[in-house]
Design a protein around this ligand. Structure first.
Ligand SMILES: *Cc1c(COP(=O)(O)O)cnc(C)c1O
Length: 239
């Protein structure tokens, strides 16, 4: 087994242990492999291992890697163990003038955090005749964060997003604050989960609203324990 495969096995074991602890099933949890710090060869290996959901936080790298992977998949031999396609997730801050270029590549947007950005994505999606999946990024820490709608304003923004005909709101995304304090991280994830349940149970969003994207290399086990359905993991696989 290669180095990358070893690391992924370790991560899967840790996820299984966190699931066991909380009575969850690992099948409820999807890993988005964040490739921003990876070499393209390592990304290829990860795809060969069966991971088909990839994440990037900036457009230039998203463009470059998606083009290279596309070429790889186009030229695969019939007996290859490569999948037919991969899906790209945009997980970083989005400037409105880049929306169209991002939508050409990414099928899921995790980082929707303002009404103006939602309107821009809705408008671009209409022109492109697509219906992208979007997640509302919330700031679940008690301190100001650069991005993410404050918890107190999230429900209202979700209500506005669901009225937009070309967006599919599939859940919430959050980032824990950068701290080694596990209690602080857990409190943040709990807040995100409570908000998620409030929106879901309040029937503010439709049946598509089913995902909680939280947990990165440093904190994915806590995120699993607190209800994450999508983990965004990069450095624990590639560093
Ligand atoms: C980089 C990044 C990740 C992955 O972080 P790692 O610590 O490398 O696992 C997840 N989410 C977002 C939004 C990121 O920018």
């Amino acid at each position: 087994m290669g180095k990358t495969a070893d690391k992924i096995k370790q991560i899967k074991d840790n996820i299984a242990a966190a699931c066991e602890k909380t009575g969850r099933s690992a099948s409820e949890i999807k890993i988005v492999v964040v490739t921003k710090s990876a070499a393209i060869e390592d990304v290829k290996e990860v795809i060969q291992l069966g991971f088909t959901e990839l994440g990037e936080n900036r457009l230039p790298h998203l463009t470059e890697f998606s083009e290279q992977i596309e070429l790889l998949l186009q030229n695969k031999t019939p007996d290859s163990d490569l999948p037919d396609r991969v899906g790209w997730h945009m997980i970083g801050h989005i400037q409105r003038n880049k929306v169209r270029r991002i939508l050409k590549i990414a099928s899921v947007i995790h980082s929707l955090d303002t009404l103006r950005l939602a309107e821009e994505i809705d408008k671009a999606a209409a022109k492109m005749k697509i219906k992208p999946e979007v997640m509302l990024q919330v700031n679940c820490s008690l301190e100001p964060q650069k991005y993410g709608v404050p918890v107190g304003a999230a429900t209202h923004l979700a209500e506005q997003i669901v009225t937009m005909p070309n967006l599919r709101l599939i859940g919430l995304m959050t980032m824990a604050p950068l701290t080694r304090n596990k209690k602080t991280v857990r409190a943040c994830f709990v807040r995100a989960r409570e908000l998620f349940e409030e929106i879901k149970n309040g029937h503010i969003a439709g049946a598509d609203f089913a995902h909680l994207s939280m947990g990165m290399s440093q904190d994915y086990e806590i995120a699993v324990e607190e209800g994450a359905t999508i983990l965004r993991i990069g450095s624990a696989i590639f560093a």
